[in-house]
Ligand binder design. Structure first.
Ligand code: MTE
Ligand code: MO
Length: 170
């Protein structure tokens, strides 16, 4: 009888260990997904869809370097992970060619206007969620995310919108 109880306990411990092992790689993803952060896509003021972390990441994650210039400091090169903004807009099936501007809105009210032309450039404008191997973190956590617009060709990073919640096409 005692032996049976022991075996059941050992099996349960084994299951917990296996689950922990399987989950070890997704821990970092979870940190970014924690509040299941979404970006709303709008067209001329009308919401057309919402994209969450899983969807964004699945659109073609890229690792790239960019120079971050924080206010009052020199530019520093960082390693980011994210997807091109145009990949998200293409997924939303918006007609980019008919639009002029892509307006980025953040949770703190910060607004940045991009031109469709620059959004369509290769290797320039990304929606990032990881910096130097760590999730960007929310505003409440003292981070710059969960999502941040990275414009690799913007040397002063003023237009690198932090805490992005909405992308509107006009
Ligand atoms: N949402 C949001 N994004 C923002 C800002 C802001 O106030 N809010 N400031 C901008 C400015 S002026 C700079 S220089 C860069 C870098 O900001 P940091 O100095 O906090 O790193 O973020 C830009 N993106
Ligand atoms: Mo700034």
């Amino acid at each position: 009888m005692n032996k049976k109880v022991l075996i059941v306990i050992l099996i349960l411990i084994g299951l917990v260990a296996i689950t922990a092992y399987i989950n070890r790689d997704s821990l970092k993803d979870k940190a970014a997904m924690i509040d299941n952060a979404e970006i709303t896509i709008k067209e001329d003021g009308e919401e057309i869809s919402k994209v969450d972390f899983q969807l964004i990441q699945g659109l073609g994650e890229e690792a790239f370097k960019a120079n971050l210039k924080s206010s009052g400091k020199d530019a520093v090169e960082h390693q980011y992970k994210g997807v091109p903004l145009k990949a998200i807009l293409n997924w939303g099936e918006v007609n980019l060619e008919e639009k002029k501007q892509v307006i980025i809105k953040s949770v703190d009210g910060y607004t940045v206007a991009l031109t469709v032309e620059e959004v369509l450039e290769e290797d320039n404008i990304y929606v990032a969620y990881e910096k130097d191997g760590e999730p960007l973190g929310t505003k409440a956590e003292g981070g710059n995310g969960p999502y941040q617009i990275i414009i690799r060709k913007d040397p002063f990073s003023q237009r690198w919108a932090k805490f992005v919640v909405e992308v509107e096409l006009r």
